[in-house]
Design a protein. Structure first.
Length: 135
C-alpha cells in the first residue's frame, strides 16, 4: 500500500486586509492541530520569489490555496509557477467576511474567531477529500 501524499497549504500572506491574518491563522490551526501529519505549509513569498523547494513541492503534490481577498495571490501564483491548486479557497466567499473589521489585519477579534474555525475546518475537510482520492 502506498503512502498518501501530504497536502501543501499555501496561505495568503497579505498584510493589507484582515483576510490575510485570518487565512494564516486558519492555516496554522490545520497544520498544528487538525491535520499535522497530513499537511505541509508552503511559504507564499518564497514561492513567488522563486523558491525551488516550494515550487517543486507544489508541482509534485496536491495543494490548497487559501486567499484572504479577491486578489487571489496564492491561487494565481501557484497556477502560474507550478500547478493549478487542487482546491482554491477565497475568504471573500464566506458570508462572515463582510463583517470583518480593518483592525483585524493585526489581531484576530472575538467576532472573527468563528470564521477562523470555519475556515480551518473547511481546509481540513478538503485535505481529507484530496487524500482519500489519492488512495
Amino acid at each position: 500500500m502506498s503512502e498518501l501524499p501530504k497536502v501543501g497549504i499555501i496561505s495568503c500572506s497579505g498584510e493589507d486586509c484582515p483576510g490575510g491574518n485570518i487565512s494564516r491563522e486558519a492555516t496554522l490551526k490545520v497544520l498544528h492541530d487538525l491535520r499535522p501529519e497530513e499537511t505541509a505549509t508552503i511559504c507564499l513569498p518564497l514561492f513567488l520569489a522563486g523558491g525551488e523547494g516550494e515550487r517543486g513541492f507544489a508541482k509534485r503534490f496536491p495543494t490548497i490555496t487559501v486567499d484572504g481577498c479577491g486578489k487571489l495571490c496564492a491561487a494565481i501564483g501557484t497556477t502560474r509557477f507550478s500547478n493549478k491548486p487542487s482546491v482554491e479557497i477565497n475568504l471573500e466567499d464566506y458570508p462572515d467576511f463582510s463583517t470583518l473589521k480593518t483592525e483585524e489585519k493585526w489581531h484576530i477579534q472575538e467576532s472573527s474567531s468563528n470564521l477562523v474555525e470555519k475556515l480551518a475546518t473547511d481546509i481540513a475537510n478538503h485535505v481529507d477529500k484530496i487524500r482519500n482520492t489519492s488512495e
